[in-house]
Ligand binder design. Structure first.
Ligand code: PMP
Length: 357
């Protein structure tokens, strides 16, 4: 027998892990710095680590109270009702829930190019079809309503990433408002704010009070350093928030993830240090990398380096792992995560040395 026709499904290729690279190159993992997956280089909040330790002994139970408590805390943070918080197994899981709630077979969605690979994957898993809108490098990947509307043709979901991965560009709230106004009533605009806390620009949250066709995507993977436990959520309009109960996987986020998430939410020092450092490092990359870089609202910077595959490979041999953006359709660019200040100094020294060769 065979599965259904999966020929148009792409395979997700994550940035390579430290152990993998160290093994390939015969290096000590401790000598490597991984700046390829936009993780939090300070690690998780100590409070989250402690919460996981404490809840380890009760992991034989299904997550009930922790799921409800985290939902309540997030609802309070975003000033929405509990039903409007859709917890999931990572932001990826929340994208799946949105697709599951929205798409009938063959419904089209519109995704950015370049863009985050999981939008089209998730849509296809849910029997949708995929079209793209172009963010133009000549325009510094600027994101306006017009950029999207030029390619919009009545799709059911339009994905906007702000700050955008991998370019760092942003779409102002006013432009998202216009986009939502100009698209059909039955088109959902998903604003992915996975990197939302690293920018000075405000969240698009106010739009949820104005309209029923904008949803937000959030993750604990970046700011909170919890990529490994897989925790994310969507914030959706009140009008159809009850759909969650009909489409979610039972126990959508694990006990450990919920406990860690709750603890991380309360760790203001960890959050502050993470954001402050990312902003400092962004500036440091802009000023010191001997390559063109783009203004970024995220915890990473896109740099034009010529042959990205060769540069990423050479930097890796020197112990610095960056993301070759060929798979994003940008074969001349690498994306460099903002690590600690020390990571950043090393990344700049190595990349500049490689670029000089
Ligand atoms: N959106 C964007 C733009 C991302 O870059 C990522 C992670 N790479 C995600 C969503 C999903 O993150 P996670 O599933 O780890 O929450």
């Amino acid at each position: 027998m065979q599965p259904r026709d999966l020929s148009d499904h792409a395979v997700y290729r994550a940035g390579r892990g430290i152990e993998e690279v160290a093994r390939d190159l015969g290096l000590d993992p401790d000598d490597l710095v991984k700046l390829s997956s936009n993780e939090n280089m300070f690690g998780p909040s100590e409070r989250a680590v402690e919460a996981i330790r404490e809840s380890a002994a009760t992991m034989h139970s299904y997550p009930k109270a922790s799921h409800a408590d985290l939902t309540e805390a997030l609802a309070e943070e975003w000033d929405v009702s509990d039903e409007q918080i859709w917890l999931a197994n990572g932001g990826d899981g929340a994208l799946d829930y949105l697709a599951r709630a929205m798409l009938e077979p063959d419904d089209p969605v519109l995704v950015p190019d370049p863009g985050f690979a999981y939008y089209p994957m998730s849509a296809r898993y849910h029997h949708g079809t995929v079209r793209e809108y172009a963010l133009s490098r000549d325009d510094d990947f600027a994101q306006t309503a017009e950029t999207v509307l030029t390619d919009y043709d009545g799709e059911r979901i339009v994905y906007v990433t702000s700050p955008h991965n991998p370019t760092g560009s942003e779409m102002p709230t006013e432009e998202v408002r216009t986009l939502a106004e100009e698209t059909d009533e039955e088109t959902l605009v998903v604003v992915d704010e996975a990197y939302g806390e690293f920018t000075d620009s405000p969240s698009k949250r106010p739009l949820l009070s104005e309209r029923d066709d904008v949803a937000l995507l959030k993750t604990f993977s970046k700011l909170y350093g919890l990529a490994g436990v897989r925790l994310g959520y969507a914030v959706v309009p009140e009008e159809w928030a009850d759909a969650y109960a009909r489409i979610n996987t039972p126990f959508a986020a694990s006990e450990l993830a919920c406990r860690a998430g709750l603890a991380a939410l309360s760790d203001d020092d960890h959050v502050e240090e993470t954001v402050e450092t990312a902003r400092w490092v962004r500036d440091y990359y802009h000023e010191n990398l001997n390559a063109r870089t783009w203004e970024s609202g995220g915890n990473f910077v896109l740099a034009e380096v010529g042959d990205a595959a060769a540069v990423a490979d050479a930097a890796q041999r020197e112990g610095v792992i960056v993301r070759d953006c060929s798979s994003f359709g940008l074969p001349e660019c690498v994306r460099v995560t903002c690590g600690t200040r020390e990571d950043a100094r090393r990344a700049v020294a190595v990349l500049n040395e490689v670029l000089d060769r």
